[in-house]
Design a protein around this ligand. Structure first.
Ligand SMILES: *Cc1c(COP(=O)(O)O)cnc(C)c1O
Length: 350
């Protein structure tokens, strides 16, 4: 509390990002970054942008990138909204597309930024419990609400909800926006983007941070009916007209133009996920079925906290959430084969 703070800031409860330790040689498996780097074509495209044009503002509408993403998904550019990471896109969604004054619905175990945005914009959030097997039950989303949001696959569980169930939630809420946060969709799930022409209440958000290895570039986007996109543009143009800089626009576009690299990275993560899941099961872990680039796993005897601490002492960082229902679990990002081997070896020693 400071006399200089606005009363609003005094009450904020900010998000706490996974740590980015400065130590060398860490096996860093805590923030779901992609272990395989970005396409070399992305680096080239960014270098080509490093010139005198940096004195000029970037394209406020990111038209070229929107056209590229639209083409990729067989959509129109007016169905795409760009943001400085999908976190920014989500913030604008909370502000512009949820009915403030009515509670919005999201799972009890989910991305912890959702309650933070509720606090920022003074929206009530109802935490809808996942089932005992940590799944979303569409029946639970048939109650009155001001909007619905969930990640698919969910984080930090990794569990995927089939599109027929996503449609069930969409059909139950024709007058409310249903947001599917697809940060991890490219690791084996089927995207709801194919449904946006059928459901005017559907908004899908995606990011280049995970499957396209560009967490450092900060590019995310939303896909939906032009009417929903227009609301996001109104918020954006009342906040920051240039959320994506020239380097981000160029790099993101190049990422979409290197499909082979993207596929190779996704396949690499998926095959390592299957290998790690088996290895963890052999070490007496229960591993939730994951379609993401991480797994959530609980040991039959050892506590999540002690394992996370023991790994840390060996320079291996995983995520442990001190939260109800998942405090015994570790969330482990899928690393390179070498990193995953180090993790398995570290766990064996514990
Ligand atoms: C990583 C993540 C995001 C944020 O992605 P950025 O584009 O890097 O801001 C959004 N939602 C979920 C569920 C995530 O895990």
């Amino acid at each position: 509390m400071s006399k200089f703070w606005s009363p609003l800031v005094n009450d904020l409860v900010p998000y706490v990002p996974g740590e980015q330790p400065k130590m060398a040689n860490l096996v860093k498996l805590n923030t779901n970054e992609n272990p395989f780097g970005p396409s070399p074509k992305v680096v080239e495209a960014i270098k080509a942008e490093l010139n005198d044009n940096l004195r000029l503002y970037p394209d406020p509408e990111g038209e070229s990138l929107r056209q590229t993403i639209a083409n990729y998904h067989s959509l129109k550019p007016e169905q795409i909204f760009l943001g400085n990471g999908s976190d920014e896109v989500l913030a604008h969604i909370f502000y512009g597309l949820f009915q403030h004054g009515e509670p919005i619905l999201f799972p009890d175990i989910t991305y912890s930024f959702y309650p933070v945005y509720c606090g920022l914009y003074d929206i009530e959030g109802i935490k809808v419990p996942l089932t005992d097997s940590f799944e979303i039950n569409p029946e639970d989303y048939k109650q009155a609400n001001g909007g619905v949001i969930f990640p698919n696959p969910n984080a930090p569980t990794g569990r995927y909800l089939g599109l027929e169930h996503v449609e069930e939630i969409l059909r139950a809420n024709p007058d409310r926006v249903v947001v599917v946060d697809e940060a991890y969709i490219d690791f084996g799930g089927e995207s709801a983007i194919t449904l946006v022409d059928d459901y005017p209440n559907l908004l899908v958000s995606q990011t280049l941070s995970k499957a396209r290895s560009l967490a450092g570039l900060r590019v995310g986007f939303a896909v939906g009916n032009p009417d929903l996109i227009e609301a996001l543009n109104r918020v954006k143009n009342s906040f920051n007209s240039y959320p994506l800089d020239r380097l981000a626009l160029a790099g993101a576009q190049a990422a979409y133009e290197d499909e082979a690299w993207f596929q190779k990275c996704c396949d690499g993560v998926i095959s390592e996920r299957e290998r790690l899941t088996k290895a963890l099961a052999e070490l007496d872990f229960e591993v939730l079925p994951s379609k993401a680039n991480f797994v959530l796993a609980r040991h039959k005897a050892k506590s999540g906290e002690s394992l996370a601490q023991g790994l840390r002492e060996q320079g291996i960082i995983v995520r442990h959430f001190n939260k109800p229902r998942i405090e015994q679990f570790l969330r482990i990002t899928i690393g390179t084969p070498e990193q995953n081997d180090a993790l398995i070896k570290g766990l064996k020693s514990l």
